[in-house]
Ligand binder design. Structure first.
Ligand code: CP3
Length: 359
């Protein structure tokens, strides 16, 4: 599927000037654009200081604070996109799940789904009602960054990934309960994923309405949990449905499905304009698999930022070399930056990508 096929097609007269958006349309850029997953996270001392004073949910729900955190890395480094400070899980709160982020333990849901009737109790409220803080934060960041031509990326989780949190009650290693539910209650599974598609599609469209210049869908766990046959049967239909609706947003949509190397073409085939690549395959091989006609984003292993600079530089160069001179590459890490990441390595990475790719 090309950009033309999914609604992000553009006329030459309104070609974007942002490097990131140009790359999302496979237009030539004067250098390779770069932004980083979890660029506004715990590796930043200013973020840790704010987290000392506010809970995760307070940071997300207070537009001024969410906007402030979003801008931290964009003001510190020459990044080409901001990603709104939020999380994939708060939409579950509006559906009726009691979510909290427990320090040292990650996300926790106090009333996880353990029955088919619990699926039928879930609501599907609009994002404007349940996530107004994030939508307002997007408007604020957009107003701040418009002059600098830095777009703000909105995002949401894909149905399987959210279903796994709703059923397990937290991050899972083996997805045992999720898979048991999926296999034992296929009808209720379908109803659950359909509700999640409704909520996530509305949330993504609302973020684009609020001013997000691009949208990213995170499917973090389907590839980790399922083989190809189960992915195609239990996950792909709802991902396709989600991308089909979100194509109406009129902004580029990034399909970032982690751990899907064994069936990357199937996962990318679910939709989205740009394919986000995790760090498992060499970039050139992954790009050939999804099709050279589609823009890609990625795919440095975030652990590379824990290496001494010469090794990190070598690994950045390898990603850039494998991307080559073809338009349509957004440099990024292939999963989120870890809290131990030295701030200096982020600065050096961003500077090096710019210096190495400037034409
Ligand atoms: O900078 C950014 O990337 C934007 C903000 C963002 C966060 N989470 C903030 C966050 C984004 C895009 C996410 C996505 C997210 N959240 C995913 C998909 C990407 C991925 O990592 O696979 C997932 C699975 C989640 C769920 C989640 N949120 C977990 C498992 C955790 C705990 C583990 C961890 O990494 O800390 C969170 C918490 C979270 N979300 C933090 C941040 C900055 C750390 C919270 C803290 O300060 O304590």
């Amino acid at each position: 599927m090309t950009a033309q096929a999914t609604g992000a097609s553009i006329e030459p007269s309104d070609e974007p000037t942002s490097l990131f958006l140009r790359a999302c349309h496979r237009l030539p850029t004067e250098r390779t654009p770069v932004w980083l997953l979890r660029q506004a996270g715990r590796y930043l001392p200013q973020y840790r200081a704010l987290r000392g004073r506010y809970s995760m949910l307070d940071l997300i729900r207070t537009p001024e604070l969410a906007a402030q955190v979003t801008l931290l890395p964009v003001d510190a480094f020459q990044l080409d996109a901001a990603i709104i400070f939020a999380d994939i899980l708060p939409p579950l709160i509006g559906m009726g799940l009691e979510l909290d982020f427990v320090p040292g333990d990650g996300p926790r849901i106090a009333n996880p789904i353990r029955s088919t009737s619990a699926v039928d109790m879930l609501g599907v409220p609009p994002a404007a009602e349940t996530l107004p803080g994030t939508l307002e934060a997007i408007r604020m960041v957009r107003a701040k960054l418009e002059r600098r031509r830095i777009p703000v990326i909105g995002f949401a989780g894909a149905p399987f990934t959210l279903a796994s949190y709703a059923i397990e009650g937290g991050t899972s290693r083996h997805f045992t309960r999720t898979k048991a539910f999926m296999l034992s209650e296929p009808a209720a599974w379908k109803r659950l994923l359909t509700k999640l598609v409704t909520v996530q599609a509305d949330y993504l469209l609302a973020q684009a309405d609020a001013g997000a210049g691009a949208l990213q869908v995170f499917d973090s766990w389907a590839g980790r949990a399922l083989n190809r046959q189960d992915y195609l049967r239990y996950v792909a239909p709802s991902n396709r449905a989600l991308f089909a609706v979100v194509a109406r947003a009129g902004v580029p949509v990034i399909n970032f499905s982690l751990g899907v190397a064994p069936y990357l073409a199937d996962a990318a085939g679910c939709g989205g304009d740009v394919v986000g690549l995790d760090w498992q395959l060499p970039l050139d091989e992954a790009w050939a698999t999804v099709g050279l006609g589609r823009p890609v984003q990625g795919n440095l292993d975030p652990a590379s930022l824990l290496a001494p600079w010469p090794e990190l530089r070598h690994r950045i160069d390898e990603v850039l070399d494998r991307a080559g001179a073809r338009p349509g590459h957004v440099f990024n890490v292939g999963h989120g930056l870890v809290p131990e990441t030295p701030v200096d390595n982020v600065r050096r990475l961003v500077e090096h990508v710019a210096a190495r790719t400037a034409t």
